[in-house]
Design a protein around this ligand. Structure first.
Ligand code: ZN
Length: 314
């Protein structure tokens, strides 16, 4: 299973793999990576391979052998210096991070290299992420952290900015955009938005034809404008419009996902023009990601959106 997956990564991503082989041979791994692929198993396998490259006893041409005792223990999740954190319920909580810290400190962080793999990193709460980032940045630590995600858009900006980002299967955004240009007569900016929301051509085309989405995107965009202009109407808007248009769970998530994309685009513009609002927009993105996590934990759509609007307006 493991070997097959690894071969698949190699086949899919020859360039990326050879690039990493170079990095490994020269011992140039950086301390924090954010790795994206739609398939959680692929990113996990890749992160194990990176971990093996750190601990392998008998490297073959500078690469992990996959058969020594360390490599095998890492593969079977039985190696003390490689720890994995996964969501406990809907989120990864600060207590889980604290627990790992304790484990690391007890076993002597200073003297030995450690690897921490965070699966479904998009489910980290803000406090868990902050606690972990502080830990990574301690200067004498010899720690490597691999954040794994199926969706980079849902990763907290604080994590994104501190990691080197790796797209295991570069989500072919250009390909998606081209497909949409052929299939729709949407404007360029609309096409970019849909390409962000969908992770494949098929889903993008489907979304571009979705009656609910096409009927609602303007309303959601209007909400975005109220919020970013600090117009108090952004709060009552939730009850007056959003709750009425988004009745199904899937639609409700799409409301937040679209809002998130709009904020990310705004942040990118702001970064490009070296604007003054980068910090505030980053904070807003964090709040939207938190709101999404709450909805996943079954807090009602109206509560989540009203609280979010209130926070974004203040
Ligand atoms: Zn080995």
């Amino acid at each position: 299973m493991t070997k097959q997956l690894r071969e698949r990564v190699k086949e899919d991503q020859p360039q990326l793999v050879s690039q990493f082989e170079k990095v490994i041979r020269h011992n140039k791994l950086t301390h924090a990576y954010l790795i994206e692929n739609q398939d959680d198993l692929i990113t996990y396998e890749f992160s194990l391979w990176l971990a093996e490259s750190i601990f392998c006893l008998t490297k073959e041409e500078g690469l992990p052998c996959g058969i020594c005792v360390n490599c095998r223990r890492i593969e079977s999740a039985d190696f003390p210096d490689v720890n994995v954190i996964e969501p406990d319920g809907q989120t990864i909580k600060v207590d889980q991070v604290r627990e790992i810290k304790q484990t690391f400190i007890r076993s002597g962080l200073e003297s030995r290299k450690k690897v921490l793999i965070i699966r479904q990193a998009e489910k980290m709460t803000t406090s868990a992420a902050n606690s972990l980032l502080k830990f990574i940045e301690e200067p004498d630590g010899m720690m490597y952290v691999f954040f794994l995600t199926t969706n980079l858009n849902k990763i907290l900006p604080t994590i994104q900015s501190r990691c080197q980002q790796v797209y295991l299967k570069p989500v072919p955004k250009e390909g998606i955009e081209r497909a949409l240009e052929l299939e729709t007569d949407f404007s360029n900016s609309q096409i970019k938005i849909i390409a962000e929301l969908a992770d494949s051509k098929e889903k993008a085309v489907e979304l571009s034809r979705d009656e609910w989405f096409n009927g609602s995107k303007e309303t959601i965009t209007k909400w975005f404008h109220y919020l970013t202009n600090h117009n108090a109407l952004g709060f009552v808007f939730v009850q007056q419009y959003l709750v009425k248009i988004a009745k199904e769970k899937e639609q409700q998530f799409l409301v937040l996902d679209l809002l998130l994309v709009l904020y990310r685009f705004r942040l990118n513009e702001e970064i490009a023009s070296q604007g003054m609002n980068q910090k505030q927009l980053t904070k807003s993105i964090e709040l939207i990601i938190n709101a999404r996590q709450k909805m996943e934990a079954n807090v009602s759509f109206q509560n989540v959106c009203e609280q979010l609007a209130w926070q974004l307006l203040h």
